[in-house]
Design a protein around this ligand. Structure first.
Ligand code: AMP
Length: 508
């Protein structure tokens, strides 16, 4: 891959991202408006209706490049406006082919957007629908964990833009319900996470089904060596765009790490939330079972908490997310995979209940806080056996994380947690989802050995002895064709100013 780095609205920078020359104010670059960038009027109208006035930095950089037909490698996290950065120019490029014909044949799939998770797929779909509202372009979304029937029907009707998770897309390929021969634009969204989740073989298979002559866009929070290799394989002479320093953590985020025994962590979370009146905290746990258990324990301790992880039904995940966004929960306990790609940004605090085994996950996690210049706090709780991960993190972010001492009240510590080894055998898989979509969580679960700090296994709550069971209502909701036509609850009106970095001008 030969890359031509293009940063039209930023001063030249050295490889670490530091500006080489500080531009005086009077010649500071001016961000063009959406109209100046030359977006199609129908799309401009939808952008204005959404309430966006100024392109975000990644949009100001990506729109002209994508509209010109270049391959693009963009380093941008969720929350930077990256979805619109690729969605808007794709719709613009498809406008010459847009038509109002009722015939499905006149609406072949021309743009394919691949995302690692169902939630992200659904969010991208909502964006495509919103920005394409004033155009005759059709779009649909396919992901695992829900009935494939309505998805087949939507594909039969024809759509110019298809958003998909790799596993379910291949299910459609096998069932011959999707034709990718007309795809001229491919997007790999959150490519780093797709690799983490073991999607590389699926991506290779999909790639072989696409025309060689196409435009490819790759977005990733970080540019690891693996991502660069992917770029060299799938992209042609891409323009490289980067809005934040590589593997950087925002300056506005205060990072602190408290050393403690594993069994003190639950009490520490309760203490932090209650003593400081924290609202809307995302607590990261490395395993699905650990996530469920912690949320349950926090509830018993009087903290309003819910968990979100890969074994939960889509409907349950959305319900938890909606409650969190509405401020009904103090804590959302999440695995990396489940949290990834969620349109939840600008939370005041994230807590690492377990340190991630991959330092890059730390960057993603703390990227949830301190958005749009707001200050945020990232608290890590680490047991002695986890210190090695903290050292890896410090190497990656090239900065020390302050070590602190947390005094946790004795009465909170006195409550015995449920032991790691009381967990049940692996929960049966929910139907429809390919195993690879949850590969990374599976890997983490393997690492969850009983802690040598664990307290005696009392009390054992029945809840922890049985696999996760969605409620009948959740099953019914998951079986309804949510992606086609029905607006998911998670995208309903959001009353919480702390979320989404306050970037949106108008309520959605
Ligand atoms: P994303 O990074 O695509 O997940 O976007 C994060 C949030 O920023 C979403 O809630 C978008 O609606 C919002 N957003 C995207 N572009 C803009 C813009 N130009 N102005 C204001 N908000 C935006």
């Amino acid at each position: 891959m030969t890359s031509n780095t293009q940063t039209p609205h930023q001063p030249q920078s050295d490889p670490s991202g530091q500006p080489l020359v500080a531009l005086p104010d009077e010649i500071a670059p001016v961000v063009p408006t959406f109209a100046e960038i030359g977006l199609h009027p129908s799309i401009l109208q939808a952008v204005a209706d959404t309430g966006y006035t100024v392109p975000t930095p990644i949009q100001a950089q990506a729109l002209p490049s994508v509209m010109a037909g270049n391959d693009v490698m963009g380093a941008a996290q969720t929350g930077t406006g990256k979805t619109a950065a690729f969605t808007l120019p794709i719709l613009h490029r498809l406008m010459p082919m847009a038509n109002t014909s009722a015939s499905p044949a006149r609406h072949p799939i021309r743009a394919l957007i691949l995302t690692p998770t169902r939630e992200l797929a659904d969010q991208v779909y909502e964006s495509v629908k919103r920005y394409g509202l004033k155009t005759p372009l059709r779009s649909t979304v396919v992901f695992g964990g829900v009935d494939i029937g309505p998805q087949k029907e939507a594909l039969r009707n024809g759509c110019e833009v298809l958003i998909a998770t790799p596993g379910r897309l291949l299910d459609h390929v096998e069932q011959r319900t999707v034709n990718l021969s007309q795809v001229g634009i491919l997007v790999l969204d959150e490519a780093d996470r797709m690799l983490d989740m073991g999607f590389l073989p699926d991506l290779d298979r999909i790639m072989r089904l696409l025309p060689a002559q196409r435009q490819t866009l790759l977005f990733s929070a970080t540019f690891s060596n693996e991502i660069r290799k992917l770029g060299r394989t799938y992209l042609k002479n891409p323009v490289e765009l980067e809005v934040a320093k590589r593997n950087a953590t925002a300056d506005t985020v205060t990072q602190i790490a408290y050393a403690m025994a594993g069994e003190a962590k639950r009490a520490a979370v309760v203490h932090l939330v209650k003593s400081r009146g924290l609202k809307q905290v995302i607590v990261f746990s490395n395993t699905k079972i650990g996530t469920s258990r912690l949320a349950r324990q926090l509830e018993l301790d009087g903290v309003r908490a819910e968990s979100i992880h890969g074994d939960k039904s889509q409907a349950d995940r959305m319900k938890a997310l909606e409650a969190f966004k509405a401020g009904e929960l103090e804590v959302l306990v999440a695995t990396d995979v489940a949290a990834r790609g969620l349109d939840v940004a600008g939370v005041p605090c994230v807590i690492n209940y377990d340190l991630p085994h991959s330092a890059e996950d730390y960057v993603h996690r703390i990227g949830r806080t301190g958005r749009a210049g707001a200050s945020g706090e990232a608290i890590s709780l680490f047991s002695p056996s986890e210190e090695k991960y903290l050292i890896d993190i410090e190497k990656l972010i090239k900065a020390p994380v302050t070590r602190g001492v947390l005094q946790v009240p004795g009465e909170l510590l006195a409550r015995a947690p449920v032991r790691e080894d009381t967990r049940p055998a692996r929960a049966p898989r929910s139907g429809g989802e390919r195993s690879s979509e949850r590969g990374s969580e599976r890997g983490n679960a393997r690492n969850a050995r009983p802690s040598r700090y664990s307290a005696p296994a009392k009390p054992i709550d029945e809840f922890f002895l049985k696999p996760y069971e969605p409620s009948p209502a959740a099953i019914a909701a998951a079986q309804t064709p949510a992606p086609v036509g029905k607006k998911p609850a998670m995208l309903a009106k959001r009353a919480v100013g702390l979320l989404l970095g306050g970037a949106l001008k108008k309520a959605e």
